[in-house]
Design a protein around this ligand. Structure first.
Ligand code: SF4
Length: 447
């Protein structure tokens, strides 16, 4: 039996990151049945692989912006008699929809049901739905690093799952649950050691949790001998906790170069509207300075154009970038299916914009301010992003990256910002060409 594990193409082209589900699901498969032949396909890197693919079963993992290309791939494979199983956050939020395009759907986390899926397939009795449970993470296999033969430069390590907060826009809690489940530290050390490259990404939603700072310190201390550099998403509240300084020193000493920070909203009003309680009331600017004082560079991710945001927020985000000396990555707000925000915005959604528009570059809902039309928000988003990625700003940022990270943090910053700048320029030109067609779709009724 041969299994293909497929990641559909990303909306903005190839990124140098090995999609973690590929090598991890491969490891789960090997654990369940060592005799299954496995092929991994990252279609962003090798789109032609689908046309020549021969296998018995294909597993396609979809996020909302990759759902439509994922369904197209399924259609091609099923026409050749290949059975298709969908999984991932979008399939979990929209299982009935995914089932229309595949033979089975794994809803939720795969670990507890994947051996059963494989067994049922072999027996010719695939069920339409498999519901994964939130099980303890004390038996996760090391991903089969190296099985993906492409140009991917970064592998992703997972150290925990789940989140106790309730940010309305976030898919993590519906998918992974409210309880934080930690992996044993020795398993994290084992997986980091197995990564062939000298740099990796910590793929957790949060690399350090409020109330669990000592756990983070213990993990970073155990990773000190890895000799590898890394980046990951970190929340700001633990940075300012009494243990924050020790935690950041330990992170720095085990190779942390850059903290990616979910800033989410420029204004406090929007942050409150998102119910982002882990962030409301935190002196966010002091936390960023603290990170940099400890030798860790910062990249901020945030959303623009919510129904509470104003036109001024676009401009204020650029001022924030200059004031803090960080790189910033905006997107327009996306009310992902299955989230509270999707329910709240339901009456305002443009119903004819399909999942392929859920990329963060399109305005998907009506705004109460008549000056903030969808096209104004989209144009401002592209212009703001390009302003944040202007060459003078990218090079100025080089001098504001903590010296402790030299040269890796500087190289990483350039390696990421320049291609993103190129990608945003292309996306902006494509948006200009498509704006008439999108305007037409939007001119029909909202949901
Ligand atoms: S955005 Fe972060 S803090 Fe908020 S619910 Fe999602 S994972 Fe938790």
């Amino acid at each position: 039996m041969k299994l293909a594990i497929i990641k559909p193409p990303l909306p903005f082209g190839w990124a140098p990151i090995a999609p973690p589900i590929l090598e991890y699901l491969a490891a789960l498969t090997r654990k369940a049945d060592p005799y299954i032949e496995i092929e991994l396909i990252n279609t962003s890197a090798t789109p032609e692989a689908i046309d020549r693919l021969q296998c018995d079963l294909a597993s396609i993992s979809i996020l909302t912006p990759t759902a439509v290309p994922g369904y197209r791939i399924a259609e091609k494979l099923r026409a050749r008699g290949i059975k298709v199983v969908f999984g991932g956050m979008h399939a979990s939020a929209m299982p009935e929809e995914a089932k229309q395009h595949g033979d089975a759907v794994v809803v939720g986390e795969a670990e507890s049901v994947w051996p059963q899926v494989l067994q049922d397939f072999r027996a010719g009795r695939l069920k339409p739905f498999y519901h994964g449970e939130h099980i303890p993470l004390d038996d996760m296999p090391t991903p089969l690093y190296g099985l993906l033969k492409g140009k991917e430069q970064f592998r992703v390590v997972s150290t925990s799952r789940g989140c106790p907060y309730n940010c309305t826009f976030c898919s993590v809690k519906p998918f992974m649950g409210a309880e934080i489940r930690f992996r044993p530290i020795e398993h994290v050390v084992r997986d980091v050691a197995a990564i062939p490259e000298k740099m990796y990404i910590n793929g957790d939603e949060n690399i350090w949790w409020e109330g669990f700072e000592q756990r983070a310190i213990d993990m970073f201390t155990a990773l000190k001998g890895s000799g590898k550099k890394w980046m990951g998403f970190g929340s700001l509240r633990p940075v300012l906790s009494p243990a924050g300084s020790r935690m950041l020193n330990a992170a720095r000493e085990c190779g942390m170069l850059t903290a990616w920070v979910g800033w989410e909203a420029i204004s406090d009003d929007s942050l409150k509207a998102y119910k982002a309680t882990g962030k409301v009331g935190v002196d966010r600017e002091r936390a960023i300075k603290t990170l940099k004082d400890h030798g860790i560079d910062v990249s901020i991710f945030y959303m623009l154009g919510s129904r509470e945001d104003t036109l001024d927020d676009f401009k204020r985000s650029v001022e924030l970038c200059d004031r803090l000396g960080v790189s910033m990555h905006p997107s327009l707000v996306v009310p992902y299916p299955g989230t509270e925000l999707a329910k709240q915005y339901e009456p305002y959604m443009y119903k004819d914009l399909g999942w392929e528009y859920y990329t963060g570059a399109f305005a998907l809902f009506d705004h109460p301010d008549p000056a903030m039309t969808a096209e104004v928000r989209e144009e401002l988003f592209h212009k703001t992003f390009l302003e944040l990625l202007s060459l003078p700003r990218i090079f100025r940022h080089m001098f504001r990256i903590p010296l402790a990270g030299f040269p890796h943090a500087h190289i990483i910053s350039l390696m990421s910002q320049l291609p993103i700048r190129k990608g945003v320029k292309i996306a902006y030109e494509e948006w200009k060409k498509k704006r008439g067609e999108v305007r037409e779709k939007r001119s029909r009724e909202t949901r």
